[in-house]
Ligand binder design. Structure first.
Ligand SMILES: Cc1ncc(C[n+]2csc(CCOP(=O)(O)OP(=O)(O)O)c2C)c(N)n1
Ligand SMILES: [Mg+2]
Length: 414
């Protein structure tokens, strides 16, 4: 059967983003000089930000990374291996979650492939007493904080509004409303300061908040307001912006003519731009920023330049707005591959370690594959339970209506 002639032709998947509908309007608002922040195949320039590990897996010392070199040098063997394990296990679970969504076991999956370096480095840089305000893509930071991956998937299956114990893990619930968590982070950090948990000099007591968001979120008023307020109140907060080059289909260059880290000067924040595909840079810079925040030096911003290698979510098709050439250029800057090269060649980590990690990741994937389909459905009426803290006549009426409606199905079956 032929396609009806009225149907719009499906664009070829590999056509250039410049050819897509709307490209002309992007060009109008963002001229060519923004190319250094726009999505490009140009390699990360170490002169523009902190990088220890280049894509070839060689560790380099230079003026930009020198202030953080002592932090990298102090990393013990166990932590170095943990950084790899976190990234590799996350990537395996990413594939598993995508498969579960395709099988109808999850409503949605939000891939983090390509961003493991930025996330694992930042997550491992937190101390036990710190708090994390995530957006919706920081799965591995949650796991580092002690969240079970199955609990993360409960929310993406749609059987809970939350899914995990944020009090126990210090990893707050996901925020799908872009940028909102920046305000929550600043408010929480203000509370931390009011509790006297900043600048005491006790490393087990001084506390900071790590607030995560994307490049697109920086266009939200909430994020600017959070930064203004954070600096005015001098709160112990580190903003981690993962510039993954895209806000769904909109490239960063459309929303930011200059590097996002440059904005920090206007807000009075300490700032650093880093190669977000270098887990060592992410660890060292976030650790230094969190240390400063805990010591009472006020808030900071880290812009981690990375690339979302997968789709925005399982509802998205990136072939509609970017080229395979671009994806290939970034695949060559994979955060896991360069770190593995370094561990093998410069740190003499044996093959047995990599085999153990692969076996563990496989076992985790199997556990998740079995656990997710078995997650119980909630009572539909329970969705009204936490809308208001006080009893509310509108939600009570809606809950009663739904209970009646559901009971009707039981009658039909009888
Ligand atoms: C307030 C608000 N506006 C729009 C959306 C729709 N939306 C969902 S994700 C997204 C892009 C966010 O991009 P970015 O901040 O770069 O984060 P990333 O998804 O790349 O991690 C948008 C616009 C939303 N969820 N909330
Ligand atoms: Mg983004």
């Amino acid at each position: 059967m032929t396609r009806p002639s009225t149907a719009p032709a499906r664009p070829a998947p590999d056509r250039s983003p410049a050819d897509r509908p709307g490209a002309a309007s992007f060009a109008a608002v963002r001229p060519a000089e923004a190319a250094h922040t726009a999505t490009s195949a140009a390699p990360f320039d170490p002169a523009e930000g902190v990088q220890f590990l280049a894509p070839d897996g060689r560790l380099r010392r230079n003026a930009r990374n020198e202030p953080y070199a002592a932090i990298v040098d102090a990393l013990d063997e166990g932590t170095l291996r943990a950084l790899y394990r976190d990234m590799a296990v996350m990537r395996r679970l990413d594939a598993e979650a995508t498969a579960l969504q395709r099988q109808g076991q999850l409503a949605l999956w939000v891939p983090s492939v390509g961003q493991e370096g930025a996330q694992v480095g930042a997550g491992r840089a937190t101390r036990a007493q710190d708090w994390v305000m995530p957006s919706y893509r920081e799965h591995v930071i949650g796991m580092i904080r002690g969240v079970d991956f199955v609990d993360l998937l409960r929310m993406l299956r749609g059987v809970t509004h939350g899914g995990w114990d944020w009090r126990a893990t210090h990893f707050h619930l996901y925020t799908l409303v872009i940028g909102t968590q920046a305000l929550h982070g600043t408010g929480y950090a203000q509370g931390v300061a009011l509790d006297g948990l900043v600048g005491t000099g006790d490393p087990a007591r001084d506390t900071a908040v790590l607030t995560c968001f994307g490049d697109g979120a920086t266009s939200e008023g909430d994020v600017s307001e959070a930064m203004v307020y954070a600096e005015s109140l001098h709160v112990p907060e580190v903003f981690l912006c993962q510039n993954n080059q895209w806000a769904i289909s909109v490239p960063t260059g459309v929303q930011a003519a200059r590097p996002i880290a440059d904005r920090a000067a206007g807000f009075g924040l300490r700032a650093e731009r880093i190669d977000g595909n270098d887990v060592l840079a992410a660890y060292a810079v976030t650790r230094a920023q969190l240390d400063a925040a805990r010591a009472g030096e006020g808030p900071g911003l880290v812009e981690a330049v990375t690339f979302r290698m997968g789709a925005h979510t399982t509802s998205d098709d990136p072939t509609k707005y970017r080229t395979r050439e671009l994806e290939q250029a970034w695949a060559e800057r994979d955060p896991i591959a360069r770190y593995e090269t370094w561990l093998r060649h410069d740190r003499d980590v044996p093959q047995t370690f990599f085999d153990e990690v692969a076996a563990f990741a496989e076992a985790e994937a199997r556990r998740v594959r079995e656990a997710v389909p078995a997650l119980p459905d909630p009572d539909p009426v329970s969705m009204f339970a936490h809308v208001y803290t006080e009893p509310n006549p509108v939600t009570e009426a809606q809950a009663a209506w739904l209970a009646d409606y559901e009971a009707g199905f039981e009658d039909e079956e009888a």
